[in-house]
Structure formats: structure tokens, C-alpha cells
Design a protein around this ligand. Structure first.
Ligand code: ADP
Ligand code: MG
Length: 221
């Protein structure tokens, strides 16, 4: 039971779709505590990724696709979120290396490396009202699910649920990083746009894994 390049392609494609679908919502969130460009930034970035995804060679492995996302987001997304997410995907691609299939441990390593990359780049901690408030609970939940013996889909679903709760948890917070930090208490009551978009991206990972998942031979269904 594992997830390979088909899943990563599907994940990236679904990420582009949900980012486009939630573009206005992300713009609105960023307008409330930032400069209103987050939905635009990510939509531009993932559209550029989609334009390049077909160029991947037939023998591409998950790490190749993750690296393509990284370099494309870094070069096309203006704003803080481009280098942050770009570094996350870059570290994720390094973590999975040349493995053609990702098992649960590889997925946890991938998510952990992504989070660590964003932290390395932006120096945010949990509670700073940033995308890290989605990523870190997602990593922790994925690691716990792995330790519980859950399968790949369940690991990603646990990550997605925790990321969604993490995004919601940013609402009562004061921001300590990014543009929203200039607002002080006026940021209270607003969800962080980057935490919300990261939760959408992590949900896309779980949804596509559930759709693609082929149970191991010999299992009942
Ligand atoms: P900008 O703030 O430059 O306009 P975006 O609007 O695209 O860039 O992205 C804003 C999001 O980036 C924020 O909602 C937050 O989640 C994230 N962010 C900003 N600074 C940091 C940081 N230092 N660490 C982690 N995430 C950050
Ligand atoms: Mg912005």
C-alpha cells in the first residue's frame, strides 16, 4: 500500500483546483489582515505549476513533481507565501528522494520536511497566526496516526483534519509574523489566509489519496 507519482500529480492538480475555487475567499481573508493578494498569489502559482506538470518525464518520481512545484511557486508567487511554500515543497522533495512509492513513514517524513522548510524560511512558531498553525498540527496528527498503525489514506486524513482545525485556531490570535503582525489586536477574530490555504492543500492530499488508493493484495476491500 503506497502512493506514487500518479497520486502526487493528482494532489497537485486538486490543489490547483481548490486554490482556484477558494481564490476569492483567500483574497477576502488576506484583505482583512493583510494586503488582499493571497488568493491571487497562490492561484497564479498553481496555474503555472499546472502548465508545467505535463512536462514531467514518464518515469518521474514523487520527488520530481514536488520539486517542480517548489521551483515554480518560488519563481511565480509574489509575496511571503511563495518562498515559504516553495521551500516547504523543496524540502518535501528532498525528504522523499528518489522513492517511487511513498508509504506512511515516507508521507510523515514528507509533511515534516515541508513544515520544517516553512519554519526555516519564515521562523514562525505555532501560535504566531501563520500557515505553521496548520502545518504543525497536521504533522503531529500524521505522526500519531502512523504510530497507531493507520494506513496512508488515514494518515493524510488525520493531517487534513488537524490542519483544518489549526487554520480555525488562528482566528482568536494576534499575529507575530507577516503583514498581519502590524495590526496588533485588530487581527483578532480573523482567520489567517496562509493557514487556510495550507489546510486546503493538505486536504487535497487526503482526498486524492482516498480516491487513488489501491488496497494491498489480499485485503478485503
Ligand atoms: P504577503 O503577506 O507578502 O502579501 P501572501 O498574502 O501571499 O503574502 O501570504 C500571506 C501568508 O503568509 C500569511 O497568511 C501567513 O500564513 C504566511 N506568512 C507570512 N509570514 C510568515 C512567516 N514568517 N512564517 C510562516 N508563514 C508566514
Ligand atoms: Mg498578502
Amino acid at each position: 500500500m503506497s502512493l506514487g507519482i500518479t497520486w502526487v500529480r493528482d494532489w497537485v492538480t486538486e490543489s490547483a483546483r481548490v486554490v482556484a475555487e477558494h481564490r476569492v475567499e483567500l483574497i477576502t481573508l488576506d484583505r482583512e489582515i493583510g494586503d488582499g493578494d493571497h488568493g491571487e498569489n497562490l492561484d497564479r502559482g498553481f496555474s503555472a505549476v499546472m502548465a508545467k506538470l505535463g512536462d514531467l518525464p514518464p518515469d518521474a518520481v514523487p520527488g520530481d513533481a514536488l520539486k517542480l512545484v517548489a521551483t515554480t511557486l518560488i519563481s511565480t508567487v509574489g509575496g511571503a507565501s511563495g518562498p515559504l511554500l516553495g521551500t516547504a515543497y523543496l524540502k518535501a522533495s528532498v525528504a522523499v528522494g528518489k522513492e517511487p512509492e511513498l508509504d506512511g513513514a515516507a508521507l510523515v517524513a514528507m509533511l515534516t520536511a515541508a513544515r520544517d522548510g516553512a519554519v526555516l524560511r519564515g521562523k514562525a512558531e505555532v501560535g504566531d497566526k501563520t500557515m505553521i498553525d496548520s502545518w504543525t498540527p497536521a504533522v503531529d496528527a500524521a505522526a500519531a496516526a502512523l504510530a497507531d498503525g493507520r494506513n496512508e489514506v488515514e494518515i493524510l486524513q488525520a493531517a487534513a483534519d488537524a490542519a483544518a482545525a489549526g487554520a480555525e485556531s488562528t482566528e482568536p490570535l494576534i499575529a507575530h509574523k507577516g503583514r498581519a503582525s502590524y495590526l496588533g489586536e485588530r487581527a483578532i477574530g480573523h482567520r489567517d489566509p496562509g493557514a487556510q490555504s495550507s489546510a486546503l492543500i493538505i486536504r487535497a492530499a487526503a482526498d486524492t489519496a482516498a480516491a487513488d488508493f489501491v488496497p494491498a493484495a489480499g485485503s478485503e476491500n
